[in-house]
Design a binder for this molecule. Structure first.
Ligand code: PEP
Ligand code: MN
Length: 298
């Protein structure tokens, strides 16, 4: 890398020639290569907002939230059927049943689905239901998994490893690209740093957005939910991320209806559908000009 004042961490022209800007002359002048997921375009000049539960827990919960996401004017539905949990004793998702629920939610709302795949053996199964395959932070450097999703060919949301450098992250993207799949969207989701856990779950690294845009043509979005881990921090983090030039957001929501149980996973960071609609409104009406000026053709 050659960012002035920042120590070199690897030669990106050798580590990731397929996704690097310097090694792809076309993208020296064009900021982003858009990634298309059904009727949604990442990096096409309009911020993509993805909303939904942390985990798919039931038909009722998922349909309620999917309709709320749609009503907010957001673009895609998220939700984990296979969940990476710190303890194996925690709720690890509904698996195939969760994927079926996501499919129903997508049919009812028209929203494309992004959901996580953790196991190379399950890429075919999850890929049959997902419009976009999510690689979670814990698996960013699971190279056999990256190879399988690369071969599968559907668009990939590649979350940043929680302690990964920019160089390692783009190296991971290169594993997908080398299989012939360039439809990769990067997702900054907070990193471990000295104060992590003191007042927020992770540290949202907004500096990485312009740094990535200098080094790659892949679109980049931000996950303010996992980056902060605190519901009240999600809106300011979302605004800041959009102002920093990211191409979208992925946000966890939960029902605020009376009598509805708290989510079984990441309840502290879930915002209400009303709070999500405020963020969508900001993205559409205040952050739009900046995004448009960064748009380019494929
Ligand atoms: C998620 O988005 O559901 C998730 C588990 O996030 P991360 O991999 O960033 O921790
Ligand atoms: Mn979560």
């Amino acid at each position: 890398m050659s960012i002035a004042g920042v120590a070199a961490s690897g030669d990106l022209t050798k580590i990731c020639p397929l996704v690097g800007r310097r090694t792809n002359p076309k993208y020296e002048t064009e900021p982003t290569r858009p990634v298309v997921v059904k009727d949604v375009q990442f990096g096409g000049g309009r911020a993509v907002i993805i909303g939904g539960p942390c985990s798919v827990e039931s038909v009722e919960q998922t349909l309620e939230l999917a309709h709320a996401v749609k009503a907010c004017g957001a673009d895609m539905l998220r939700g984990g059927a296979y969940k990476p949990r710190t303890s194996p004793h925690d709720f690890r998702g509904l698996g195939l049943e969760g994927l079926e629920i996501l499919r129903e939610a997508s049919l009812q709302t028209g929203l494309p689905i992004v959901t996580e795949v953790m196991d190379p053996r399950l890429v075919e199964q999850v890929g049959e239901y997902a419009d976009m395959l999510q690689i979670g932070s814990r698996n960013m450097q699971n190279y056999p998994l990256l190879t399988e999703v690369g071969k599968f060919g559907k668009p990939v949301l590649l979350k940043r490893g929680m302690a990964a450098s920019l160089c390692e992250w783009l190296g991971a993207a290169e594993y997908i690209a080398i299989e012939g799949n360039l439809d990769i969207v990067l997702c900054e989701r907070g990193i471990k740093a000295y104060p992590s856990g003191e007042y927020s779950r992770f540290i949202l690294d907004l500096n990485v957005i312009p740094a990535l845009q200098k080094e790659t043509f892949l679109p980049v979005i931000v996950d303010p939910s996992h980056a902060t881990g605190v519901a009240s921090m999600v809106e300011p983090a979302s605004r800041s991320a959009l102002e920093s030039g990211c191409h979208g957001l992925i946000i966890e929501i939960a029902s605020d209806k009376v009598g509805v149980a708290r989510p079984r996973c990441d309840a502290e960071q879930a915002i209400s559908p009303t709070a999500l609609s405020k963020i969508v409104e900001f993205a559409r009406n205040h952050a739009g000009q900046r995004m448009e000026s960064k748009a380019c053709a494929v």
